[in-house]
Design a protein around this ligand. Structure first.
Ligand SMILES: [Zn+2]
Length: 90
């Protein structure tokens, strides 16, 4: 019965790869909502499956066509190691 701790460690590592943190104390499964905090201190809820398999992260940092808001790339790559790995300056 060691798989749940392995899964939680995976979530913690994933959150760190986005420059954020996993706030939920318990791992409730990939499809259940967990609480997270992004590098810019926004708290949000999302399932691990959506974030890891779907490529989503903080909804406040994500661009929103509804709110006419785009990516703040320069700020994001400073705080999000995963994005930074895709973003090359110059
Ligand atoms: Zn955010």
């Amino acid at each position: 019965m060691d798989s749940s701790s392995t899964d939680k460690a995976e979530l913690i590592a994933f959150a760190q790869s986005r420059g954020g943190r996993l706030l939920s104390a318990e791992f409730g499964g990939r499809a259940s909502l967990h609480r997270w905090r992004c590098a810019l201190d926004h708290e949000f809820e999302a399932s691990p499956g959506l974030l890891i398999d779907g490529g989503y992260w903080c909804p406040e940092c994500f661009p929103s066509p509804v709110e006419d808001r785009g990516w703040d790339w320069a700020r994001q790559v400073e705080v999000d190691p995963l994005l930074a790995s895709f973003y090359r300056k110059g």
